[in-house]
Write a protein that binds this ligand. Structure first.
Ligand SMILES: [Zn+2]
Length: 294
């Protein structure tokens, strides 16, 4: 499931590929993804130009010149596939360094649900096998009030997030710290993988109750959350097998996980002789070292 770094990677791909282009045609091929796809999208966005690309938490924001913003959530398996118009040979999927297909789409696939055609002949397709993705459109000035965005907590890489902010948000919570940092209202964009990684880096047990976290814990956790997210952004986002960033499979960062998906393997911390354990916590797999995360 794409988390903040993966969505950031997709937004970087879109900045390179679709900013400045006019949307000449918009088509949707089903009524709903996770939620109904609004039918008014077509009449508002056709003929508009993509002004800029943003991100809030795990949401992609496509800002249009008419002061509307398209909001896209990739859900579990959503992908935005960019097809360039200039390859007349229609070669099989050749990807450039951003993982973007460089041929024109020949035929829509079963899981291609939405298609944007741009005036230069290129196309963007929203493909989503599991259909947990979502799309909506809102006036840009009302973006912060949108129901998907209005309750989001601070961006972890911004100055709005700090050890003090985290502490304030969790000090009275009775849940575990792992569950808390997955709560998008406490901090936005963090999912299961980077929550496990940051807690391991900070040597904090994922099961520690929020109200028991010390000042030092909060300080370490905020620092390590930022570090793991930045590292993943630098690596172009991680990849699970069903996630592709704007077309390309980004399979490399998962080799760099310190704790995630490493059940029964030796802890990667040099000074530690522990083994990694997996335990289901609120329905999600938590990976942790019993030895150094106590
Ligand atoms: Zn360890």
């Amino acid at each position: 499931m794409p988390e903040l770094p993966e969505v950031e990677t997709v937004s970087k791909g879109l900045k390179l590929k679709i900013v400045g282009k006019k949307i000449s045609k918009y088509q949707q091929f089903r009524k709903n993804l996770r939620w109904p796809i609004p039918t008014y999208i077509k009449e508002i966005i056709e003929g508009t130009v993509v002004k800029s690309i943003g991100r809030r938490g795990k949401f992609l924001l496509i800002n249009l010149d008419v002061d509307y913003t398209i909001i896209i959530h990739l859900g579990m398996s959503g992908r935005l596939l960019i097809y360039n118009s200039f390859d007349k040979d229609r070669k099989p999927s050749i990807e450039n360094e951003m993982g973007i297909f460089i041929h024109t789409i020949v035929k829509l696939g079963k899981h291609d649900h939405i298609k944007f055609d741009f005036d230069d002949g290129s196309q963007m397709v929203f493909n989503d096998v599991r259909r947990f993705g979502a799309i909506d459109l809102i006036r840009s000035e009302k973006l912060v009030f949108h129901k998907w965005l209005s309750k989001l907590g601070p961006e972890p890489l911004s100055n709005n997030f700090s050890p003090q902010v985290l502490q304030k948000k969790i000090e009275n919570k009775k849940c575990s710290i792992k569950v808390a940092i997955l709560d998008q209202g406490i901090v936005s964009g963090v999912g299961n993988i980077y929550a496990c990684e940051a807690l391991w880096e900070a040597k904090i047990s994922p099961f520690k109750i929020c109200s028991k976290l010390t000042d030092r814990d909060c300080y370490s956790l905020v620092r390590e959350l930022r570090n793991v997210l930045k590292k993943a952004i630098d690596s172009g986002g991680s990849s699970l097998k069903d996630f592709k960033a704007t077309g390309g499979e980004l399979g490399y960062f998962q080799n760099l996980f310190s704790v995630y998906s490493r059940e029964k393997l030796k802890c990667k911390r040099k000074s530690c002789k522990g083994k990694i354990k997996r335990q289901v916590q609120s329905g999600r797999s938590t990976f942790f070292c019993i030895n150094c995360q106590s």
